[in-house]
Design a protein around this ligand. Structure first.
Ligand code: LCS
Length: 394
């Protein structure tokens, strides 16, 4: 059976192609740091690549490889490289693709640390960056310099939910010999496949929708080509930001229900976004499933569905947001996203607090912006909770 010919849900369940010699229905946890060789020749062959036997877990492990193969199949990529966290995936791409003298263009509203490290840590290695509103293609084209090596996108972006035209940015980039990496965390491969849209590299914080149960921190990179796969795997292995087998097992288990979970959270999100849009205390709502979203048509073209992330602004700004967050009862006041439980947070003081006031303003991260990660609870209960919390806002 070639899993490549099968549908998305079949890939979710069987994608890694692992067959346990003892018949275990699920891929077991190979909780080992090292693997013994059959003899000296076998050991030498494992190191030379003549045998694909396992050597050492930082280099590869059956539980982790099953997860990597599954995600690579879901993203239609050459191969997957699992990492200890989403930020480890971001750093692996930055370190692998960039060298001293390089320039990076990033979307201005991405996960705070993905931008903050580029602006504060990477200048140490003589890497420079420009952050623009990538939903405006002209700003991307105008930012290109002779030394631009990478365009780093997130779409929909964290936390503004702005949508970037991925095929159009890839066309601009490739004409100029620039690689495009898309952080696909907000969509997961179920809703968007950036490699199919033209990107060279896709990455995820698997802490979010892919695992989906708020009990793992993990990341992954998938590349389109073998060349990028080999290069980035070598960076990951030598940086030592590999995944642990137990982490891989939990993530692989959570992944099996990705489509079911997203379908359900998305159904809830559509109802909640419409409710918020009509609410008198809400100033604006950004959700790709609402016709009022400025890139509604683009979202429909490049995403299979609008997802489960909603941003909205309360009338009354920061004070109103704080009151609401202090009064939610069902939704958890917590960062992270993409789990089965509804989470609510305030990016300006939490996930994006490290950005300067000017950077936040330019990226559209206003003081009153509230980010909602919609879970799979009963939608009536979520709405009741949001409603009673907003009723406390003066
Ligand atoms: N990329 C995106 C889009 C993210 O939202 C996050 C984490 C990361 C990368 C980093 O992944 P991690 O290392 O945490 O697995 N986002 C978070 C958030 O919005 N709230 O808390 C964490």
């Amino acid at each position: 059976m070639d899993i490549k010919d099968k549908g998305f849900n079949s890939k979710l369940v069987h994608g890694g192609g692992f067959h346990d010699p003892l018949g275990s229905a699920v891929t077991p946890i190979y909780q080992t740091s090292t693997f013994s060789f059959q003899n000296a020749d076998h050991g030498a062959q494992c190191f030379s690549g003549e045998s694909d036997g396992f050597i050492y877990t930082r280099l590869g492990n059956p539980t982790i490889i099953d997860l990597e193969k599954t995600i690579a199949a879901l993203e239609n990529g050459y191969g997957g490289i699992a990492t200890s966290s989403g930020m480890a995936a971001v750093n692996t791409v930055y370190l692998g693709v960039l060298s001293a003298g390089a320039h990076v263009i990033g979307h201005n509203a991405i996960y705070g640390p993905s931008r903050a490290i580029m602006e504060t840590l990477y200048p140490k290695f003589k890497v420079e960056s420009t952050f623009v509103d990538a939903t405006d293609l002209k700003q991307v084209a105008d930012a290109i310099k002779p030394n631009t090596k990478l365009i780093f996108l997130e779409s929909p972006a964290n936390p503004t939910i702005g949508i970037t035209d991925i095929p159009a940015v890839c066309e601009i980039a490739h004409k100029n010999g620039i690689l495009v990496c898309v952080d696909n965390t907000f969509c997961s491969p179920y809703l968007q496949q950036p490699l199919e849209l033209g990107a060279d590299i896709v990455l995820h914080s698997m802490t979010k929708f892919i695992n989906g149960h708020a009990d793992v921190v993990a990341g992954i990179i998938v590349t389109k080509t073998q060349e990028h796969y080999k290069m980035l795997r070598s960076v990951m292995v030598n940086m030592g930001c590999n995944m642990d087998p137990h982490q891989a097992f939990l993530t692989r288990r959570g992944l099996k229900t990705l489509a079911l979970r997203i379908d359900r959270a998305q159904q809830n999100s559509i109802v909640i976004a419409e409710y918020l849009e009509k609410h008198p205390k809400v100033e604006w709502v950004m959700y790709p499933g609402l016709k009022s979203h400025p890139q509604y048509e683009l979202g429909k073209r490049q995403m299979k569905g609008p997802g489960a992330m909603i941003s909205f602004g309360l009338k009354g700004g920061f004070k109103a947001g704080k009151t609401m967050m202090n009064n939610v009862k069902l939704a958890l006041l917590a960062v992270s996203l993409g789990g089965i439980e509804t989470l609510i947070q305030h990016p300006a003081s939490m996930t994006h607090s490290k950005l300067t006031a000017e950077a936040k303003l330019k990226a559209g991260i206003t003081d009153g912006l509230v980010r909602l990660s919609v879970g799979i609870e009963e939608v009536a209960d979520i709405i009741e909770d949001l409603g009673q919390a907003m009723a406390k806002v003066e």
